[in-house]
Design a protein around this ligand. Structure first.
Ligand SMILES: [Zn+2]
Length: 117
C-alpha cells in the first residue's frame, strides 16, 4: 500500500508511519488545526477570562482568600457555570476553578474566593 500525504495527496517516500510528504505540509496541517481550535474556543475563553478578571478584582493582586456576598459576583455578571476544572475536598465542598483562582459556595448567599498556588 502506498501512502499519500494527508494534505497534498502526493505519495510519501520514507518511513511507513509518515503522514506528511514534507515539513511544509506538516506545518500547514498543524497551523490549521490550531486555528480551527482558536476559533471554536474563543467565546468560552473570553467568558473564562472575564470571570477571572472579576475574581482577581475582588481577591486583589496578592490576596489569598476573600469571602463576599454572592450578589457582588452577580452584579458584575459573573458566569457561574463556566469553570476550568473542579475539586471536591474531604468535607465534600466543591472548589470551582477558574485557572489559578477558585470559588466555593460558603453559604446560600456567600462565596469564598481562594487563590491556589
Ligand atoms: Zn504534502
Amino acid at each position: 500500500m502506498r501512502l499519500k500525504c494527508k494534505i497534498c495527496k502526493k505519495s510519501i517516500v520514507g518511513r511507513a508511519d509518515k503522514i506528511f510528504c514534507s515539513v511544509k505540509c506538516k506545518n500547514y496541517y498543524h497551523v490549521n488545526l490550531r486555528n480551527a481550535t482558536d476559533i471554536e474556543t474563543l467565546e468560552i475563553d473570553s467568558i473564562l477570562h472575564r470571570n477571572r478578571s472579576i475574581l482577581l478584582e475582588i481577591i486583589g493582586k496578592n490576596g489569598t482568600q476573600k469571602k463576599v456576598p454572592r450578589i457582588v459576583l452577580e452584579k458584575k455578571k459573573f458566569r457561574f457555570k463556566y469553570l476550568t476544572h473542579f475539586h471536591v475536598n474531604s468535607q465534600g465542598k466543591t472548589f470551582h476553578y477558574n485557572y489559578d483562582l477558585a470559588w466555593m459556595e460558603f453559604s446560600d448567599d456567600e462565596i469564598l474566593i481562594v487563590r491556589k498556588r
